[in-house]
Design a protein around this ligand. Structure first.
Ligand code: PEP
Ligand code: MN
Length: 337
């Protein structure tokens, strides 16, 4: 439930509404706006009888929200949000942000080469995993903190921010030291303790959709971050598990316009993990932008045939440069509203 206060509501009236919400056994969260304050009611499972609240002084209207997410919804926050990562902005009215780089940081040389080539082609954020969620324990698990150091050095060398994945709470301190954006991967989308900790940070977050997550579960995961105070959240569709095995996952592009309708948060698409096939990445990248994505996350490797992780879906230098050129030509035709 969302309680919208009159623009002239006093602090005392707002506090009285909060006390009434507490008396009903729920938590309240004031959402100050330019025009007026709204009060979100959190903790209810279903419909809340609003008679006592609707009558309180200063209350303009009461809106019932029956979804498990509120703070991420347009009901609570009608204006689209923009998220800034060291000066790079995601959101409506801004050009799509292309994040690119290898799946994993493999060496100082590899990530620095990757940084130079993706920057040269027009990428605005460098990606690279230092803590890798691998399906099997015998696969390369990432270079850890050493990888974070190489990643940041490579980003600094070419002057773009870096994003990297966190897998557990104890890694957050090091990630905050080196990265400008933290990624929560598909496998951790419902790691609620991790979400709560990342929610306490001031750092921008890239939240990827879980392998089998519904739209509602995806937005509810983002709600954890906002509920703790971090509203610098970019969502990422990266394909979901279906019966189809011809592609690594099934890219659910329809979710992009749907998320834009339901939520104020920016959403980008990762065509690399969604398809698992290099040949499909450029066309699905372009399709994602047409669908309204605020950006892309594309895996690019200086020598994909030697990659320690996800080489088959990584674009080469030439492939990425070609895609970026095609995107540049598409930009005037994209509706950025
Ligand atoms: C990644 O981006 O490196 C990654 C592991 O992706 P996902 O969590 O979407 O599988
Ligand atoms: Mn990968």
């Amino acid at each position: 439930m969302l309680i919208v206060m009159h623009h002239h509501a006093t602090v005392e009236e707002i506090e009285a509404v909060q006390a009434a919400v507490k008396a009903l056994g729920f938590r309240s969260q004031p959402i100050p706006g330019k025009e007026r304050t709204a009060i979100g009611v959190l903790g209810n499972q279903g419909y809340v009888e609003d008679g006592t609240i609707r009558e309180l002084p200063g209350v303009l209207e009461v809106i019932h929200v029956s979804k498990p997410y509120k703070l991420v919804s347009r009901d609570f926050h009608p204006c689209s949000s923009q998220v800034r990562v060291a000066g790079v902005g995601f959101g409506d009215g801004l050009p799509p942000v292309i994040i690119a780089g290898p799946c994993s940081v493999e060496s100082a040389h590899q990530i620095s080469t990757a940084a130079r080539l993706v920057k040269k082609a027009g990428a605005r954020i460098l990606r690279g995993g230092a803590f890798k969620p691998r399906t099997g324990p015998h696969s390369f698990q990432g270079l850890g903190v050493e990888g974070l150091r190489y990643l940041r050095a490579a980003g600094d060398e070419v002057g773009i921010p870096v994003v990297t994945e966190v897998m557990r709470i104890s890694q957050l301190e090091a990630i905050c030291r080196y990265a400008q954006m933290v990624q929560i991967g598909a496998r951790n989308m419902q790691n609620f303790e991790l979400l709560k900790e990342v929610g306490k940070l001031k750092m921008p977050v890239l939240l990827k959709r879980g392998l089998s997550a519904t739209l509602e579960e995806f937005l509810a995961a983002a709600e954890y971050l906002l509920a703790e105070g971090n509203d610098q959240v970019v969502l990422c569709e990266r394909g979901i598990r279906t019966f189809e095995t011809a592609t690594r996952n099934t890219l659910d592009l329809a979710i992009v316009p749907l998320v834009r309708e339901l939520s104020h948060l920016p959403i980008i698409v990762d065509p690399s993990h969604a398809t698992g096939r290099r040949a499909l990445v450029p066309v699905m990248s372009k399709a994602a932008l047409v669908a309204g994505a605020h950006g892309l996350m594309v895996e690019v490797h200086p020598a994909p045939e030697t990659a320690l992780c996800d080489g088959a879906q990584s674009l080469t230098e030439q492939g990425f440069a070609r895609l970026m050129e095609q995107i540049r030509r598409m930009l005037p035709m994209l509706d950025e509203s």
